[in-house]
Ligand binder design. Structure first.
Ligand SMILES: [Zn+2]
Ligand SMILES: [Zn+2]
Length: 265
């Protein structure tokens, strides 16, 4: 399988996962033009896309979905709660109801030759989930906007060969930063976002000997920066049972608005 981060962060998210025969987007939270440019940078186009998985209805995950679905009629896969959430936002225009494929979180379903598992997550959206995608014995998981994690989430993303995982904020930066108290409480809470430290602790629960790459994503623009996220997670991972050198996990940080290279998993 191939994996591409087109954008990741609190200002917009979009990723590509593809097998030899099937390509899907996970979230469409940036403009269609930027999604297209990101795909082009990896030699792909929007015409290659067979489906769009949406994690939840917050605008940083659906901002480009209206324009995209009206132009390309790509099937959309998400939970019923997320469909309702998308339909009540007035920021992305109308989406043709026939494009929606309602899934149950906790369900496995197939798009072409990709097997997808949806797992419910904590987060203050209607019915948010994270996704694991399998093909030819490989597994890629994408888990952002978590807030907190539990055994079910650990179970669903462990054994991944490749992982994009949320490292949203540094707790101290957030605490002393400019956000209003209420928003700080929201981000720090169970229904908010995962801190760098919590990300490292979750990773310790899901590491394995065949993990080929870990990308830290959904970084806050105001309460984190890539080097800090990297160093904090690296420190949390130092006592893992698989390797003395965390570089063996190919730990990297997703750029907010610059596409990654296409990664082969
Ligand atoms: Zn988000
Ligand atoms: Zn969100």
């Amino acid at each position: 399988m191939d994996f591409l981060t087109i954008a990741s962060g609190s200002s917009g998210n979009a990723m590509l996962v593809s097998s030899e025969n099937t390509s899907i987007l996970i979230d469409a939270g940036i403009s269609m033009k930027k999604i297209e440019q990101g795909l082009n940078s990896a030699g792909r186009t929007l015409k290659d896309i067979s489906g769009i998985l949406i994690t939840h209805e917050h605008i940083d995950h659906i901002g480009g979905l209206g324009v995209l679905s009206r132009k390309y009629n790509i099937p959309i896969y998400c939970t019923g709660g997320t469909i309702a959430g998308i339909n009540t936002t007035n920021r992305i225009g109308t989406i043709d109801n026939s494009l929606y494929n309602r899934i149950d979180s906790n369900e496995d379903f197939q798009i072409g030759d990709l097997m997808v598992h949806a797992e419910p997550v904590w987060h203050d959206a209607n019915e948010p989930c994270c996704y694991s995608i399998c093909n030819s014995g490989k597994k890629i998981s994408i888990a952002t906007d978590l807030g907190d994690y539990n055994d079910n989430i650990i179970e669903s993303i462990k054994d991944s060969d490749f992982l994009l995982i949320e490292a949203n904020h540094d707790i101290r930066m957030l605490e002393v930063g400019p956000y209003p108290f209420k928003i700080k409480q929201r981000i720090l809470g169970k229904y908010g976002h995962l801190s760098n430290e919590a990300c490292g602790r979750l990773l310790l629960n899901v590491l394995n000997s065949h993990m080929k790459g870990i990308v830290l994503g959904h970084l806050s623009k105001d309460n984190n920066f890539p080097e800090l996220a990297y160093e904090t997670v690296k420190y949390e991972l130092k006592d893992n049972p698989f390797t003395d050198d965390v570089r063996d996990f190919n730990l990297t940080v997703a750029r907010r608005d610059t596409p990654s290279k296409l990664i082969q998993v």
